[in-house]
Ligand binder design. Sequence first.
Ligand SMILES: *Cc1c(COP(=O)(O)O)cnc(C)c1O
Length: 359
Amino acid sequence: MSRVYNFSAGPSMLPESVLNQAAEQMLDYEGTGQSVLEMSHRSKAYEPIIYGALDLFREVLSVPDNYKIIFCQGGASTQFAAIPLNFMNGSGKADYVLSGSFATKAYKEACKYGDVKVVGSSKEQNFSCIPELDKANFTPDADYFYICQNNTIYGTRFTKLPDTGNVPLIADVSSCFLSEPMDVSKYGVVYGGAQKNVAPAGLTVVIVREDLLGNARPYTPTMLDYKVLADNDSMYNTPPCYSIYMCKLVLEWIKSIGGLEALKIRNEKKAGILYDYIDNSKMFSNPVKKSDRSMMNVTFVTDSEELNAKFVKEAAEAGFVNIKGHRSVGGMRASIYNAMPVEGVEKLVDFMAEFEKNN
Ligand SMILES: *Cc1c(COP(=O)(O)O)cnc(C)c1O
């Protein structure tokens, strides 16, 4: 068996030990004689899986007691609508920062529901940086303030959070979830699709401060009402059972390697190796403002489309797959989420150096 280094932006690599454990438990989960894939979510056997995953999520991310953790479906994109439906419930106003395409999609969705203001945009800069924000432009009576914390496609991230005062900050953390410790108490809501850093596709995790729940608009679809989901322990209907099980295994893995503090050191090391190489390369460059560089998604280009394509092709042949940039930006992107080992990045850099020498 030979496994590739998968630099996909999502769905992405999972830790090999987690995959092995899932494989061992595939036919007979802990003596139940069934696979988790076959289990009723209401069964005695499944209960410790979902409650275990919820508890571990709280423990690993140090989620305060006054926050609910909700496992839902629909991906991050469904929450683009669920967020205004649940939280745009006072003044009907919200502030959005346009730092990339997912932020823009979220903004467009929110515009269907209320009075939405763009308080910063880096579109003119091709989203190569996080927009400068001026607090004087913020809406004082906004129901919430929205950011996309790590911009998966462009390889940028917020390194400091906007000061929104009493206005709850809502952040899409799909591509930086569990990559480092995070002070959840600074947010009203954080959420993300699991398929980047947390689990396979199918699971979306929403963490909500309790006092923000319970005021969804009356016409909110029941399945998008976070209060309903929270009150039913994320089992109002059938949850994505297997993804939740995988999420639990990933959380156990994170604990076993020293938690988010340890992961942060590892992730910084990986990003450092790659950015250092790119910064010293004569062929490759990173188009992002240095202070806004993502730790998870590293974009890079050569100065020729032809060379980019050649690199992507030869990299794949050498076992470094999914390294092509998003179709909207081109070039290359290496997503180096939690499960990417340090040696995957070291080997990629060796390969890049070899490619540079030969071309
Ligand atoms: C991948 C991604 C999304 C879209 O997620 P889906 O689960 O496919 O809807 C949204 N936001 C960010 C930051 C992402 O990385």
